[in-house]
Design a protein around this ligand. Structure first.
Ligand code: NAP
Length: 209
């Protein structure tokens, strides 16, 4: 797959390194060309001089910036997103982790409303960056919880997640992103309360059929 990653911080670099390791063609952009070059050198991705350059030719675009930056990124990308699948990894938490920015909606639904003709899939937000780079804990594959309204888009994102090493689980429509964003906040609060390693991840255990 051709994967573009917009944002070259913890998440951008973690997912870039995983996707490169899985054999995908990966481009990465940041707020400036120097940041993209640095991230590319660290991950094996292809540096892009701009966000528009990064997404040209991509099948899947991962928006790996803070939620507050998303609007300007979408404005910049504009029609360059047509025909692609957008993955929203954002966690719109309040700075003091006292809650989420939204009630009765989610960052993913807000992004989908902003780009209605482009399928948005919520994915990877429930996983800390360290585990996006290495989705195994004690040899057990973590779950990639995926929500979206477009089944074909979710199938593509599930294939990407599986290729990286996750067990993908389609949790339902994009409205379920509200739950996934809350899941991420709960994991952060657990880490704070327990002095955790920020390396844990969610796993749904079921008895064998
Ligand atoms: N960290 C985690 O474990 C984790 C896990 C799941 C989800 N998330 C979510 O993932 C998103 C990114 O988190 P992060 O920890 O990776 O943050 P981060 O380390 O601060 O990285 C954000 C990146 O976005 C870049 N950026 C800023 N404005 C940009 C623009 N206009 N165009 C392109 N790139 C731009 C930043 O560049 P500069 O540094 O030059 O500003 C930086 O490289 C957030 O929404 C967060 O909630 C994080």
């Amino acid at each position: 797959m051709n994967i573009a990653i917009v944002g070259a911080g913890n998440v951008g670099q973690a997912l870039a390194s995983s996707a490169v390791r899985a054999g995908h063609s990966v481009s990465i952009s940041s707020s400036d060309a120097a940041g993209a070059l640095e991230a590319a050198a660290a991950t094996g991705a292809r540096p892009a001089g701009s966000n528009r350059e990064a997404v040209a030719g991509a099948d899947i675009v991962v928006i790996a910036v803070w939620y507050g930056v998303v609007d300007s990124v979408l404005t910049e990308l504009g029609d360059a997103l047509q025909g692609k699948v957008v993955i929203d990894v954002t966690n719109p938490v309040k700075p003091d982790l006292s809650g989420l920015l939204f009630e009765n909606t989610s960052a993913a639904e807000q992004i989908q409303a902003r780009i209605p003709s482009v399928p948005v899939v919520k994915a990877f937000n429930t996983v800390f960056a360290a585990r996006q780079a290495n989705p195994f804990v004690d040899g057990v594959a973590l779950d990639a919880l995926i929500a979206g309204d477009n089944d074909a888009a979710k199938t593509r994102v599930s294939a990407l997640a599986e290729s990286i090493g996750f067990r993908p689980i389609d949790v339902g429509g994009l409205e379920l992103a509200r739950g996934l964003e809350a899941f991420a906040l709960i994991n952060m609060l657990i880490q704070v309360r327990t002095g955790g390693s920020w390396q844990g991840g969610w796993k749904l255990l079921e008895p064998a059929a």
